[in-house]
Design a protein. Structure first.
Length: 149
């Protein structure tokens, strides 16, 4: 399970294992009050050449492993939410991608995945447009640019 928390990537990079991650008060799955430290997992983020270590916890009652992730990023996506939002908004409103250092192929993946998410989650009768679909998926707690599974 991924748990989004306020975190600073630069501090995580600089402090490594000494970064003070918040500890869940209870298991998000079964609400057991005991949650044990379960080590670290390496995750890649834009702007950092090497993987950063993010904290993991484990519930002894249900076995759920809780991996903490900065709330500025979607689960399984390297780029910050704000960058994705700005790139897609410019493409959908102005018809061109913004001049940034990211790969254009990544932008196209975001857009095609967004369209697939709209078809899968909002049905093929969605008529309010792609950008409105992005916003609606966010309101529903979905990752708009994730691959549809």
């Amino acid at each position: 399970m991924i748990w989004a928390v306020p975190a600073n990537l630069k501090q995580i990079h600089d402090q490594g294992r000494h970064y003070r991650w918040p500890r869940p008060e209870s298991c998000p799955r079964c609400r057991n009050w005991r949650v044990w430290g379960h080590g670290y997992a390496e995750r890649y983020f834009d702007g950092f050449a090497e993987a950063l270590r993010v904290r993991c916890y484990r519930c002894p009652a249900c076995g759920c492993v809780i991996t903490l992730r900065p709330e500025s990023h979607f689960p399984r996506i390297r780029s910050p939410r704000q960058v994705i939002r700005e790139c897609l908004h410019q493409r959908l409103t102005q018809g061109r991608w913004p001049p940034t250092a990211f790969s254009p192929s990544r932008w196209r993946h975001w857009l095609s995945n967004l369209k697939r998410q709209i078809l899968a989650r909002l049905t093929n009768t969605w008529t309010r447009g792609v950008w409105a679909g992005f916003e609606e998926l966010l309101l529903r707690g979905q990752t708009p640019v994730a691959r549809v599974s």
